[in-house]
Write a protein that binds this ligand. Structure first.
Ligand code: URP
Ligand code: ZN
Ligand code: ZN
Ligand code: ZN
Length: 473
């Protein structure tokens, strides 16, 4: 059935204006005034903003890590995402050395199948470069629609790749039109510092942060950026946590190197002192890179405002406090890294960013949706409100005040990283390709309705017509 959205204020990365939106067959068919409501369900959204659905370019759902598996999978994770206003995620597909890339991708397709309530794509981890990998890559990019490759510079003996692998991934990415993503921390130095800390009997969660100082992230960020310059390739640095790393990205961009940076809500509002919470509660706040000294937060906001950082990912990677984070009692290196952020990603940006005057409404949309769509080959099918784009739409009440809590979130995990935090703004209703997933704050979606989206190559913007063709394939 057609839908007509009336009386709201449309916000895109470029504009703020009042108009009606007509939705037909899952796509925005008209934007204007006095549109015909014949045969259409009329949705009156007086007082609400109308945002393009959020795009979360960084999630780990149903992912094995440190001898356990994330609590939230593609069902609960995407439900939480939808409640927060996110309508597309790009999840990281892990690979195993010596095994075909395609095998890893099929495994990830299986994880999502029948579960996702919103659309999704995959990034592909590259752990080694050899003949087999080089032979498979063109097909992965061209035909599988997986156009971003992830290299870990940390997690020694687990995910970490060496610099030659990073260099060769960049060369291949340049050739085939993929975007290289890095987890930028110096894994070798971290390995030394963590071993030493444990030998000295320093086992509490706070030592997770103290053994991964900002210099270790800044160094790896700068190194990756230099290699991107050397290979004349393209680089996206995930989860930038500190001023040091943000400055390395700014420096590379000033030199004209094609480098982009993402930060996450946790680094904007939480700080290193959270790791010192008593009764092992600090384990809830263990991320890699770690939370930083508080002064870094304003530096990150400034980088978002002035364009030196361009996107917000959640780095959703949830583990229960009881039963999973517990694994690291008496040894901080065994605390599974990560936290539940997917649901609150846009809320925090809106409440702490827009409402507190740090970023504009247009910047909010760009940071949480449009820029990721452009970088990851989803635009303009996703990431904006335009005729021909998917009707992925958030109807947002900018004035409601509420308190974030595990009591009210929609994830499976047993805690909230933002427990007790007061925020302003909430997604009231959320549509994915023209169908309500959340309606008046109630879940009305269905697991399995989310579709895998084949993404365009890096830098190759498609027209809405091309985009529509791609989805129906
Ligand atoms: O601590 C984190 N960030 N966990 C998720 C895995 C990663 O490094 O992104
Ligand atoms: Zn990472
Ligand atoms: Zn991550
Ligand atoms: Zn809960």
């Amino acid at each position: 059935m057609k839908k007509l959205i009336k009386n709201g204020t449309i916000v895109t990365a470029a504009d703020v204006y009042e108009a009606e939106i007509l939705i037909e067959d899952g796509v925005i068919s008209a934007i204007g005034h006095d549109l015909s409501a014949q045969n259409a369900e009329v949705i009156d959204v007086k007082g609400c903003y109308i945002f393009p659905g959020g795009i979360d370019p960084h999630t780990h759902l149903d992912m094995p890590f440190g001898g356990t598996v994330t609590k939230d999978d593609f069902e609960t994770g995407t439900m939480g995402a939808a409640f927060g206003g996110t309508t597309t995620i790009i999840d990281f597909c892990l690979t195993t050395k010596g095994e075909p890339l395609k095998k890893a991708l099929s495994e990830w397709h299986e994880k999502a199948k029948g579960k996702a309530v919103i659309d999704y794509g995959f990034h592909l981890m590259i752990g080694e470069i050899n003949e087999e990998v080089l032979n498979e890559l063109p097909d992965v990019v061209e035909n599988e629609g997986v156009t971003s490759l992830k290299v870990f510079m940390a997690y020694k003996n687990v995910f970490q790749a060496d610099d030659a692998t990073l260099y060769r991934t960049m060369m291949a990415a340049k050739q085939h039109g993929a975007l290289v993503m890095v987890h930028a921390e110096n894994g070798d130095v971290i390995d030394y510092l963590t071993t030493k800390a444990l030998e000295e009997g320093n086992t509490d969660p706070i030592y997770h942060a103290l053994t991964r100082p900002p210099e270790v992230e800044g160094e790896a960020t700068g190194r990756a950026a230099r290699l991107a310059g050397l290979t004349d390739s393209q680089l996206y640095v995930v989860h930038v946590s500190c001023a040091d790393a943000a400055e390395r990205i700014a420096e590379a961009r000033r030199k004209g190197i094609d480098v982009w940076g993402e930060t996450c809500p946790q680094y904007l509002v939480l700080d290193q002192s959270y790791l010192e919470k008593p009764d092992f509660e600090g384990a809830k706040y263990v991320w890699s890179p770690p939370l930083r000294e508080k002064w870094n937060q304003e530096e990150l906001w400034t980088a978002l405002r002035n364009g030196n950082l361009q996107t917000i990912g959640s780095d959703q990677c949830s583990f229960d406090f009881h039963g999973q984070k517990d694994l690291g009692k008496g040894d901080f290196t065994k605390i599974p890294n990560g936290g539940p952020i997917i649901e609150d990603r846009m809320t925090i940006l809106f409440s702490e960013g827009v409402k507190k005057g740090r970023i504009s409404l247009n910047q909010f949309v760009d940071l949480t949706s449009t820029r990721a769509a452009k970088l990851f080959g989803l635009f303009p099918q996703k990431g904006t409100i335009a005729v021909g784009s998917d009707a992925d739409i958030v109807l947002y009440d900018p004035n409601v005040e509420r308190t974030l809590s595990a009591e009210t979130h929609h994830l499976a995990v047993d805690y909230s990283a933002f427990e007790g935090m007061k925020v302003t703004g909430e997604a009231v209703s959320v549509l994915s390709r023209g169908e309500f997933v959340v309606k008046d704050k109630q879940f009305v979606g269905k697991p399995g309705t989310g579709r895998f989206i084949k993404r365009a190559k890096y830098g190759q913007l498609t027209s809405t017509k091309d985009a529509a063709k791609q989805t129906s394939n």
